[in-house]
Design a protein around this ligand. Structure first.
Ligand SMILES: [Zn+2]
Length: 373
């Protein structure tokens, strides 16, 4: 259980549907002007957080700063509300927060992760949100493949009943397109070599796996782009390699804008995320998949950190990078065996050493994929 008191959201919040994934629906929230208690008005923006936009008279604040984690002290104008769907396979928001707050958040200083805080739901809010989903369906405004699954925590009797007393407030990384902003998402993956890679390795874990997967796709007759981001380029001391990695992340046509490439490269290289991730991946899993205890918290955390996502909001004047998608990893359900099998194949079939059998495009002169630390 989180030790700090969990704030309760005001019942009178207005909700605006923004987007949804398989397990959650994201809402923009605001307080009606009259409902803002003056004593809670507060402005708290980090250096890298852009000033509030014009929609922002609603700076009612959930102030969690007592918990020593200022990144959770956010105003409604800067956060989105994430409500969980009735998906039996998903874990409760309380459990998800318990994992985040005890395992992941202590690893990072404020401002490195996408800010997230747990809030208690007022009684009627989920029912109102579900009513919005129903009316969006009636007007064909809800994506077809998302229909007929509603939010957990609605106390009204219905076919979908699942208890959920909590929700997340998440830092709003939505780009304002009218101000020339855009969002880049990418995974930096394995920023250090797998401790189990052979001594004569020529490829990093990420490039080795990418080529192996693409060889399987090629065998099935699929055309695939086999070139990709090498994480070692991102953390190298070589500016040209840094910029090449960023070009892969930006993709065409943005990667042709030299000024943009330079700005994003500087922001990522000078930012804290990459070096923290690299150090943690190395220190939490010194033995590698083949020798690690797959039930150890450290190893599983290293696997989570190898799969988290960078969210980079680029505006004409500012670049804001945050880490998110810290999913709990577990070796259960055959996953542990899968990790071992995959690592063994990467080693034995020559994906690390670049001696894999087969006539692949990356075996042609000048196209070899070779990674350097
Ligand atoms: Zn590589």
């Amino acid at each position: 259980m989180p030790v700090e008191p969990i704030p309760i959201l005001p019942e009178e919040l207005t909700l605006q549907y923004i987007a949804e994934g398989a397990a959650n629906v994201i809402w923009r929230i605001s307080l009606p002007q009259a409902a803002i208690p003056p004593s809670t008005l507060k402005e708290e923006y980090s250096k890298s957080t852009p000033p509030p936009s014009e929609i922002d008279p609603d700076v009612g604040v959930i102030d969690n700063s007592d918990n020593g984690n200022p990144q959770t002290a956010l105003g409604y104008g800067e956060v989105l509300l994430r409500l969980r769907k009735c998906l039996p396979s998903s874990e409760s928001n309380l459990l998800a927060y318990e994992y985040l707050s005890t395992v992941i958040m202590p690893l990072f200083p404020p401002g490195v992760m996408v800010g997230q805080t747990l809030v208690k739901l007022p009684q009627e809010l989920v029912s109102r949100a579900n009513d919005v989903l129903h009316s969006l369906e009636e007007t064909n405004a809800r994506p077809i493949h998302r229909r007929h699954l509603y939010l957990a925590g609605d106390p009204r009797p219905s076919e979908q009943q699942m208890e959920e007393k909590y929700a997340f407030l998440v830092e709003d990384m939505t780009p304002d397109i009218s101000r020339g902003e855009f969002l880049i998402e990418f995974k930096a993956k394995w920023l250090t070599q797998s401790p189990n890679a052979p001594a004569d390795w020529r490829r990093c874990r990420t490039c080795a796996l990418r080529l192996k997967k693409h060889s399987e796709a090629l065998r099935k007759g699929k055309t695939v782009e086999w070139r990709g981001l090498c994480p070692f380029d991102l953390v190298s001391q070589d500016q040209k390699r840094n910029a090449n990695a960023v070009k892969r992340i930006l993709k065409h046509p943005r990667n042709e804008d030299e000024n943009l490439v330079t700005r994003v490269t500087k922001a990522l290289i000078n930012g804290p995320q990459l070096s923290i991730l690299r150090e943690l991946q190395a220190s939490l899993d010194p033995n590698g998949i083949l020798k690690a205890d797959h039930t150890s918290k450290e190893f599983l955390t290293a696997m989570t950190l190898r799969d988290c996502t960078f969210f980079v909001k680029v505006s004409p004047t500012d670049i804001q990078a945050r880490l998110g998608d810290f999913d709990v990893k577990s070796g259960d359900g055959g996953k542990s065996d899968y990790w071992v099998k995959l690592e063994t194949e990467l080693i034995e079939d020559g994906w690390y050493s670049g001696t894999e059998k087969g006539d692949f495009p990356w075996n042609a002169e000048g196209l070899q994929v070779v990674c350097k630390l």
